[in-house]
Design a protein around this ligand. Structure first.
Ligand code: SF4
Length: 605
């Protein structure tokens, strides 16, 4: 549909609130927006298009169709817009994902004895999630502090249900052992309240609650419990000492500020609880095509859309067009009033300036790191006589045990950094003996044998001339793909780089930035392949190990796997469930259950 036809079509759009979806020629959703009046909003894009902002012109030049979904209210449209952005990740909307893996803590609040665990993904499963934390060390440290202070369980549900004795964590005072009734539900819930306050950063409140509880326990002559709470208070106050007070408002605030240039933005969120800074989270946004106000507004909705703790006050650098609506939505989610401020003076403005300064420093640091990476990539181009600067590199490796359980890996580095969304792993199908070249041939053919939009600037293989020859052969077979290829092989006296048409390796300084980057990429491909291979090996070993359990032969093994669908299912089944499997009896079911519990115990040590 051309632009006049789309414009004419929008005349038929309803005037209700709703969400509109702009689509490209290939029917891909490239922008999602919400409107109070769908017809007016979408038609506004076509009015005065030549005088509109460059980014809107760019977006409109790609739009080939516009669809809409009607909602009852504008607030419903806001919520739907947010979930559609999350689902489709349209090219011209802001995407919260910043390429880093974030870890969160999950608290299964609906269980009688909730469990706290470390997770990568936040799901809508009724559990409470805290975080995300910017590094796995930070989250592991937090988990350790919580275990030591509050004794909340971290074990899996099957393990919890089948315990007859507390595990090691109880002996080292990291768990109250609810598995064996060493604490009742009410007592456990009290510890849990402390965990929630701690994770929300409300340490002062927590300290007050604990002090009162300690006094009550001492008054009731429960000195052992009072002493336990005293230790909790010490630990909390140690954390409090490390957190600087920066606001006299002494309320819970998240302050958002940014610094950006040319479609790149460093956004920072300073998290303050009762006036103390408890965390500072940076987000790097790239390829932005929207005005800054829209970026911040969209970011905010996605940020809190993910079941995250919402403070009573959010400070942003701009007045948001739909502030009232967003406040209403967040207040509903929180169950208490949430205010969004865009201060012009006073203490909130000072906070905003402070976060902006942090964002600016991170932006400059990131730019100079990027400058260094660009120089390194240019050096690789020069040294290896490439046609292009290798902005996107794909590297391949093979892993197997004498030809068995053979796998291949492909890792992608964009602008010198791992791009994990692009990683692929391959289970070798056509080669069943130790034939590295044959395996490499299969993996590369599966990658380049099909038409792909995301072709790399450089293909890299772990290996020397032989592997490199395979790569060049596959690229030729795939319709003469005009891509540079290299091989990086381990050799005497260090790694060697091979390029096509040259017998000897290219001389590269061992500690040069270019060489270090190539080694980093090769090592990542190796790590990725070996992890997959080990996983398969472990799975196979466990499957065959099933037969080593007293009373389990090939027939019972088959029946167990069939009944529970997988080894994982067998592992997490209770003795009662195991008895239900055709051909099983109580004794053998007990053996299976005991076997997996012992395995888990040994692993947790
Ligand atoms: S099994 Fe260990 S971690 Fe789980 S509840 Fe019992 S003592 Fe705590």
């Amino acid at each position: 549909m051309g632009r006049p036809a789309i414009e004419e079509d929008t005349m038929r759009f309803p005037t209700n609130p709703g969400v509109y979806l702009m689509k490209s020629e290939s029917r891909e959703i490239i922008y999602v927006g919400k409107a109070k009046n769908l017809r007016n909003r979408v038609r506004s894009y076509f009015r005065n298009i030549d005088n509109s902002r460059y980014r809107i012109r760019l977006l409109m030049s790609r739009v080939e169709d516009v669809d809409f979904i009607i909602t009852d209210t504008e607030k419903e449209a806001l919520i739907l817009e947010n979930s559609l952005i999350k689902r489709h990740k349209p090219r011209y909307n802001v995407n919260l994902k910043d390429g880093k893996t974030h870890f969160s803590l999950k608290l299964t609040i609906s269980d009688n004895f909730p469990r706290l665990s470390l997770v990568r993904k936040v799901k809508r499963d009724g559990a409470r999630y805290f975080g995300p934390y910017s590094s796995s060390n930070a989250v592991k440290e937090t988990l350790k502090t919580i275990s030591k202070t509050f004794g909340i369980r971290t074990c899996s549900d099957p393990n919890f249900k089948n315990r007859v004795r507390p595990c090691l964590r109880h002996q080292i005072k990291m768990c109250l052992a609810p598995c064996c009734g060493l604490i009742d539900e009410a007592g456990y819930r009290k510890s849990l309240e402390g965990v929630t306050l701690f994770l929300e950063g409300r340490n002062q409140e927590l300290s007050k609650v604990l002090r009162k509880r300690m006094k009550d326990e001492a008054d009731d002559l429960n000195f052992e419990e009072a002493a336990r709470i005293r230790d909790q208070i010490f630990s909390i106050e140690e954390t409090l000492e490390r957190q600087k007070v920066v606001s006299n408002l002494r309320i819970d605030q998240d302050v958002f500020a940014f610094y950006g240039q040319g479609g790149e933005m460093e956004l920072q969120v300073m998290i303050m609880r009762t006036g103390r800074v408890i965390d500072n989270r940076p987000f790097s946004l790239t390829d932005l095509e929207l005005p800054d106000e829209e970026v911040i507004s969209s970011f905010l909705k996605q940020y809190y859309g993910e079941d995250r703790f919402i403070p009573s006050e959010i400070v942003v650098p701009f007045e948001m067009e739909d502030r009232k609506l967003v406040e209403e939505w967040f207040s509903e989610k929180k169950g208490r009033k949430v205010r969004i401020h865009s201060p012009k003076k006073g203490e909130r403005l000072d906070l905003l300036k402070m976060v902006t300064e942090n964002a600016k420093n991170s932006f400059i640091r990131r730019q100079s790191e990027q400058g260094l990476i660009m120089k390194t990539l240019e050096e690789i181009k020069e040294r290896l006589h490439l046609r292009k600067v290798p902005g996107r590199i794909e590297c391949f490796d093979i892993s197997n045990t004498s030809g068995r359980l053979a796998v291949g890996s492909m890792v992608v580095f964009k602008e010198g950094r791992p791009y994990k969304d692009g990683y692929r792993r391959f289970r070798i199908k056509t080669v069943d003996q130790a034939d590295d070249y044959g395996m490499m041939y299969e993996v590369l053919s599966r990658r380049y044998g099909r038409v792909s939009e995301d072709l790399p600037d450089m293909v890299m293989v772990d290996g020397g001339k032989g592997q490199l020859n395979v790569a060049t052969m596959v690229l030729k077979e795939a319709g003469g793909l005009d891509l540079d290829a290299i091989g990086l092989a381990k050799g005497e006296g260090g790694d060697k780089v091979f390029i096509p048409g040259r017998r000897d390796p290219v001389l590269m300084r061992e500690n040069s930035r270019a060489m270090l980057l190539l080694q980093q990429i090769r090592d990542e491909a190796h790590r990725f392949a070996i992890t997959y291979h080990k996983k398969l090996r472990e799975k196979r070993n466990l499957r065959s190990i099933l037969e080593e359990i007293p009373g389990v032969g090939s027939a019972r093994k088959k029946a167990l796997l069939k009944h529970f669908g997988s080894l994982k299912g067998v592992k997490s089944a209770s003795t009662e469930d195991l008895v239900q499997v055709p051909g099983m009896n109580t004794e053998v079911a007990g053996n299976v259950s005991h076997f997996f519990r012992a395995l888990q115990f040994n692993r947790s040590r």
